[in-house]
Write a protein that binds this ligand. Structure first.
Ligand code: NI
Length: 144
């Protein structure tokens, strides 16, 4: 049966401030510039997901998009939308686009129905700034 990738787009708005505890205040300003302003600032994020799996011949789909929407709402949107996003995860504490994308992957990757895998998380912070994450390429981990 056909192995198909299914895409879905979501939107959320959130505020953040880029500030590394590993840098001095002056170094933070030099690196992050306006994004280090103490009051923070907001973005209207666009989140594109790709999941992959065998198309069920009886249903003609990889998975029910309503179920995907429910999972994404519960695992991602309810935690980020209209929030000040900081300290997202110990391994990604600074809320850059890279960190937010990685954290969204980690929140979703083990939540999909049996036989369905997360293929790509694509996050647009602005029209000119986006990040793609496909997970780590560990041997034995499906990434076809
Ligand atoms: Ni920003």
């Amino acid at each position: 049966m056909a192995r198909v990738r299914l895409g879905r787009v979501y939107h959320f708005s959130a505020a953040h401030r880029l500030h590394s505890p590993h840098l001095s205040d002056a170094e933070n300003v030099a690196l992050y510039r306006d994004c280090n302003n103490p009051g923070g600032h907001g973005h209207n994020y666009i989140l594109e997901l790709l999941v992959k799996g065998e198309m069920d011949p009886a249903l003609g789909m990889v998975m029910d998009v309503g179920e995907l929407d429910r999972i994404v709402k519960e695992r991602v949107l309810d935690r980020l939308d209209h929030q000040f996003i900081a300290h997202l995860a110990p391994e990604a504490p600074i809320s850059t686009s890279e960190s937010v994308t990685y954290v969204i992957w980690s929140w979703l990757t083990d939540t999909l129905p049996a036989g369905v895998l997360l293929h790509r998380v694509h996050l647009e912070e602005t029209r000119s700034n986006f990040v793609d994450y496909h997970g780590e390429d560990h041997p034995g981990k499906a990434s076809a």
